[in-house]
Design a protein around this ligand. Structure first.
Ligand code: BGC
Length: 362
């Protein structure tokens, strides 16, 4: 029996923004592990953001093996390259894998590849990022809520600079539908409360691009008139903070983030980053792994979903949508530490000992 009542369908409007990304024509890179049962392709989007290779991949492989010890996992990372990911999809189809878990580099551009997989009877599960095309299931977090959490935390950190203070927005890659949702959620909270001095979209979510854009914002606006930085994830927060520090901005304005990366948690303890959003990867990978195994075995996905999502072609597909959590220095213990995401020892390296004592991490 299903654990949850089927939720009202969530409409995910087609927000795909056309972004021409360069194709480099490199071949697909992949590896696999033993087993004679179903084969599951796991296609990850980039190597820039720590979570994909360090959290999602091992957690997905573990869950898939746990549910199906004869299953084989075929993995490939597109390194932010749409054309490479299309090739990797083709390669999975040619090999005849039984299901594909796809984190699309560009949700719209991957649509035809998803359709091709479906014609070959290979179900595609959209993992974390929605993809165009006939997907069979979807697992993710409520992206607009991520943006609202970031926006609310930024307003709180800006204190008496609200209303009227000025911020810089470092948004993600608009070809990623999540980035569009994060931005929309954040703006729903920030609009009318702060002035947005500069807003940037960051192709391929690159940390170096955020660094460059933050340097540009500092030259254009002046350090003293930047009261806060909305950074859509921890990579963009890292780039923004490194530019602020390179320009000797002191004190640093509050900066948001997302992903609860270890480096971000350390910056939070050190007082360099105000917050991050934790999207517990364990439950996400568990749901993604369960959907992939069910799909690869040719079973329905109703038993492994808790709701539905409406795709851009108007169809509804089984979905699991999880809840994100706001993390600041004040609640590290009750959030990421309690979840077992990291230990105090991992966060509190010797240079952070005093800072860790200050925020009560002992
Ligand atoms: C994910 C974020 C991640 C970003 C960059 C988004 O689709 O939801 O967790 O930081 O992509 O890879």
């Amino acid at each position: 029996m299903k654990a949850c009542i089927r939720a009202t369908a969530v409409t995910v409007t087609a927000f795909w923004t056309a972004v021409a990304l360069a194709a480099c024509g490199a071949g697909a890179e992949h590896d696999s592990e033993g087993g004679n049962g179903p084969r599951i392709g796991v296609l990850l989007p980039d190597a820039t953001t720590a979570r994909w290779e360090t959290r999602d991949r091992p957690l997905l492989e573990k869950k898939i093996k746990e549910l199906c010890d004869t299953c084989t996992v075929e993995h490939a990372n597109a390194k932010g390259d749409v054309a490479l990911q299309q090739e990797q999809m083709d390669s999975m189809i040619t090999k005849g894998v039984d299901a594909i878990l796809l984190v699309a580099v560009d949700g719209r551009s991957l649509g035809p590849a998803v359709a091709k997989a479906q014609q070959a009877d290979i179900p595609v599960i959209a993992y974390d990022r929605l993809s165009a095309g006939p997907i069979s299931g979807y697992v993710s977090f409520d992206g607009k809520e991520v943006g609202r959490l970031q926006g609310r935390a930024l307003l709180k950190a800006m204190g008496d600079k609200v209303p009227g203070g000025q911020i810089v927005m470092m948004n993600g890659d608009p070809s990623d539908p999540n980035a569009v949702a994060f931005k929309e959620g954040a703006l729903s909270v920030l609009d009318g409360r702060v002035k947005i001095g500069k807003a940037y979209d960051t192709l391929q979510w690159r940390t170096e691009t955020a660094h460059m854009n933050m340097s540009g914002a500092l030259s254009a606006l002046g350090a003293e008139s930047i009261d806060g930085v909305y950074a859509a994830n921890d990579g963009l927060a890292a780039g923004s903070i490194s530019a602020l520090k390179a320009n000797k901005v002191d004190p640093l304005p509050p900066v948001t983030g997302q992903d609860a990366e270890l480096a971000a948690l350390r910056r939070i303890v050190a007082g360099e980053q105000y917050m991050t959003v934790s999207k517990p990867f364990g439950p996400e990978a568990a749901a993604g792994g369960a959907m992939a195994v069910a799909a690869a075995r040719g079973e329905g996905l109703d038993g492994v979903s808790t709701g539905e999502v409406r795709t851009d072609d108007g169809k509804t597909v089984p979905a699991v949508l999880l809840t994100p959590v706001s993390v600041t220095a004040g609640n590290l213990k009750e959030t990421v530490l309690k979840e077992g995401l990291y230990t105090v020892q991992q966060i509190c390296i010797p240079q952070l000992r005093t800072a860790c004592d200050r925020v009560g991490l002992t």
